[in-house]
Design a protein around this ligand. Structure first.
Ligand code: NAD
Ligand code: FE2
Length: 386
């Protein structure tokens, strides 16, 4: 059996990295950029940090920002129409997972118009052509959509979120500049940071995990355990520091891993919560993380014991079982310290059957190391009910 790794062709990291964007466009001869961002980022002037650089370099651009958190099929289709109307030849996407995922879907459909319905992109879509050339600039430290080969779109009619996996959608260039994340409030820093931790822990315990992805995931877990509390404190105080920089890098490293091996039941259940109740993705992931770890412990105790070590727990003298429990405790403590809610009040008891079915049908579920049946998933959801 062989393993595959797909990453960006080029990535830039660190404060001031966005200054590289005009040069990356110019040297490829692009004439008109389609800027894909969301309305709040436009309002707060985050998008302008990049478009000002395009203006200075004399590069023409047009903005598309009709993107909501947990973006919809309509957000994608409107974006495809806007891209065509703009007569653009390249994409720069500035935002969290929602903006970047929408941009990925737009870029894929422009070059593979037979998938214009968007729904047919679910799962591993047999697209023939690479997406439009894309530079992805994350403004949250969580999803790592700038490096992954996935994007997630919501289908409001069918009340579900679907995951698309396609090597043709990996942005050619990622620009991971912690300054672009400076305006994140503490709650968003916490939620997106816990999303990144979920990627790293699910990626480390997923069925297909192997040496190269283990390397990324363990490093990401270590960096997140070291930096997330500081990043949240920095967001509260408004004073920049090493926490934010550490999280910008950590979430990218987690993305280098999970994008190439998949995730598990936590993400399958989290997608379902977001589709039904619009729960922010990172919050959904974080609430479910210790519960998913407990469920998986019987089959991945040794791996969870290693997670404990990566999180900085001294496991000397502990049995494997105790160390695995210590990892779960460390996750619970981190989640509490960064003030993630413990319960999801929106879940309705009479919808449990439906959301359990939806979670089992999610593209992330097959990567889970332990099989679950319908009743088990209902019980797991009950653990986060008010
Ligand atoms: N492609 C992938 O591999 C992947 C992985 C995980 C999650 N996702 C998807 O990504 C989406 C979630 O993305 P997200 O968690 O990054 O959040 P988001 O993009 O949904 O943004 C959430 C909110 O935060 C605001 N925001 C973003 N950056 C900000 C900043 N710097 N300052 C102030 N406000 C800011 C946005 O305007 C928005 O209102 C979900 O749809 C999820 O399913 C994708
Ligand atoms: Fe995620």
């Amino acid at each position: 059996m062989s393993n595959r790794i797909v990453l960006n062709t080029i990535s830039y990291h660190g404060s001031g990295a966005i200054k590289e964007i005009p040069g990356e466009l110019e040297r490829r001869g692009f004439k008109k950029v389609f800027v894909c961002s969301d309305p709040d980022l436009v309002k707060f002037g985050v998008t302008a940090k990049v478009t000002d650089l395009l203006d200075e370099a004399g590069i023409a651009w047009e903005l598309y920002s009709e993107i909501k958190p947990n973006p919809t099929i309509k957000n994608v289709q409107d974006g495809v129409a806007a891209f065509k109307a703009a007569e653009a030849d390249s994409i720069v996407t500035i935002g969290g997972g929602s903006s970047m995922d929408t941009a990925k879907a737009i870029g894929i459909i422009i070059n593979n118009p037979e998938f214009a319905d968007v729904r047919s992109l679910e799962g591993v879509a047999p697209t023939k052509n690479h997406a439009v050339f894309t530079i992805a600039v994350p403004t949250t430290a969580g999803t790592a959509a700038e490096v992954t080969i996935n994007y997630v779109i919501t289908d409001p009619e069918k009340v579900r979120k679907f995951v698309c996996v396609d090597t043709n959608d990996a942005p050619e260039v990622a620009v991971v500049d912690p300054d672009m994340m400076a305006s994140m409030p503490a709650s968003l820093t916490a939620a997106t940071g816990m999303d990144a931790l979920t990627h790293a822990i699910e990626g480390y315990t997923t069925k297909g995990a192997w040496e190269l992805t283990d390397m990324f995931h363990l490093k990401a877990i270590e960096l997140i355990a070291k930096n997330l509390r500081d990043a949240v404190a920095e967001a509260k105080s408004g004073k920049p520091g090493s926490g934010r920089e550490g999280m910008a890098l950590a979430q990218y490293i987690a993305g280098m891993g999970f994008s190439n091996v998949g995730l598990g039941i936590d993400h399958a259940m989290a997608h379902t919560l977001s589709a039904h109740y619009d729960t922010p993705h990172g919050v959904a992931c974080a609430m479910l993380l210790p519960i998913a770890m407990e469920f998986n412990k019987p089959v991945v105790a040794e791996r969870l014991a290693e997670v404990a070590v990566a999180m900085g727990v001294n496991t000397e003298g502990m049995t494997t079982d105790e160390a695995a429990d210590a990892a779960i405790d460390a996750v619970r403590q981190l989640s509490a310290d960064v003030e993630i809610p413990q319960v999801c009040e929106a879940i309705k008891a009479d919808e449990l059957d439906q959301i359990a079915d939806d979670a089992l049908a999610d593209a992330c579920y097959p990567g889970n190391p332990r099989d679950a049946d319908h009743d088990t998933v209902v019980e797991l959801f009950r653990k986060i009910m008010a």
